[in-house]
Design a protein around this ligand. Structure first.
Ligand code: UDP
Length: 216
């Protein structure tokens, strides 16, 4: 039996599992799709069983496949490492209406929600989350464990480093081929922000034009 799981039975996971279910329905294989969660709040969510990770691992399987559907990128990385050490494979969840044009490369375990558009000549690292209605325009380079909330507008020639989080409806101004706009590692872009220049690593920016958040 092929065992397939969505790790996380909270908000993110509940949006992702139906997409995985639809993908699997057309695959013509025998499988069992469940939620995995270390702290299940109930045994069934939206008609699917919720197992702890160790319960899931203890079930006999011909192969195991997981997608880490948790928005917090640090938790996501921790759970990726745990799954890898147990020989679990990662699979991509992609809504059927995602648009992808030419020369797009994406690492393992991505989540591409409904209405996501990826245009041409794009590189994206592992375990990327692109929530509904987000887009990535031409010549962008996106690192590992990057998270887009709904409706992110990532224009051309932008580089986004590992673990950055882009809030809902943020607009990032396009860079140029010789001077891409860079969102630094671990940076956070607040919802609705209009980002007109590069953001240093581990910095939170908000507003229009986006500026570092006053921590007082
Ligand atoms: N979770 C887990 N193992 C961890 C950390 C989190 O199973 O090491 C689960 C947690 O129990 C919760 C989900 O991941 O059900 C995260 O839910 P949350 O609402 O915080 O985030 P979201 O679903 O929006 O990413």
């Amino acid at each position: 039996m092929k065992r397939v799981a969505i790790f996380g039975a909270s908000g993110c996971g509940r949006g992702v599992l139906p997409l995985a279910r639809k993908q699997l329905e057309v695959s013509n294989q025998e499988y069992k799709l469940v939620f995995v969660d270390d702290q299940p709040s109930s045994s069934v969510v939206n008609g699917h069983q919720v197992l702890t990770y160790s319960e899931w691992l203890s079930q006999p399987a011909s192969s195991r496949h997981i997608n880490i559907a948790i928005a917090n990128s640090v938790i996501r990385e921790k759970l990726v490492e745990r799954s890898m050490s147990d020989g679990v494979q990662f699979f991509e969840v992609r809504a059927s209406n995602v648009v992808e044009l030419d020369d797009v490369k994406i690492g393992d375990g991505a989540i591409l929600c409904p209405f996501v558009t990826l245009t041409s000549n794009i590189r994206i690292g592992k375990h990327f989350h692109a929530n509904i209605y987000s887009y990535v325009e031409h010549d962008c380079v996106i690192g590992d464990y990057v998270t887009f909330a709904p409706g992110v507008k990532c224009n051309g020639n932008i580089h986004i480093e590992d673990h950055a989080y882009i809030g809902s409806g943020a607009v990032i101004k396009q860079g140029t081929p010789d001077r891409p706009l860079v969102i630094g590692r671990g940076a956070v872009v607040g919802m609705g922000a209009v980002v007109t220049k590069s953001v240093p690593p581990n910095t939170t920016v908000v507003g229009n034009p986006a500026r570092p958040m006053n921590k007082s």
